[in-house]
Design a protein. Sequence first.
Length: 235
Amino acid sequence: MKNCIIASTSTVHGGDYLEYILPELVPHFENCKTLLFIPYARPSGISHDEYTEKVRSAFAKINIAVKGIHEFENPTEAIENAEGIFTGGGNTFLLVSQLYKNKAMTVLAETVKKGTPYLGTSAGSNICGLTMQTTNDMPIIYPPSFQTLGLIPFNLNVHYIDADSQSTHMGETRETRIKEFHQFNTLPVLGLREGSWLEVKDEKITLKGNLAASLFRQNQIPEELESGSDLSFIK
């Protein structure tokens, strides 16, 4: 039975790291004394140790200890034995590359599908969809596959932002980029705005947070879905 929180971001404007979602994480990880953190998405500027320490400080507020997957000799065993798992943000191409390099993608998917509670933010949420092809990140490294965990039956575009009608910027909007994806792919894409998340309980998917999400389907007008909506119909 899947038990996931899939969040658009780790930090909302004006708040500390994970602060806005900590109240949700208390019951989500209620049976976890220790959490396994996967820092693979962080490309530069901060080491895996430093990134893990940042996460450790946040979870200390709810009395959960944190160990980074890089601290274990065998990453797949660490995943299989984890009480709970958190994959943080960064670059999705790097995250996917590292998961495949460490032979952890399939094991992670299987472990979470068996019920180990999972939290993803940003890149850690991108990998919850069927593929990583709707990420906003630059392809700084070439992963062996775009296929990801498949915890939900559609793709995500996290940090989704609407076009600003007052802006003079002439570049493509997020909506335009998703429509480009749909020129060649039929998978639904959910635009998840900042401060919103998906709660996944087995096959039930519920939109949480204060903002609506935008559902994009090939050759259809985008649909706005309000917070509290059951998204289990999206396939």
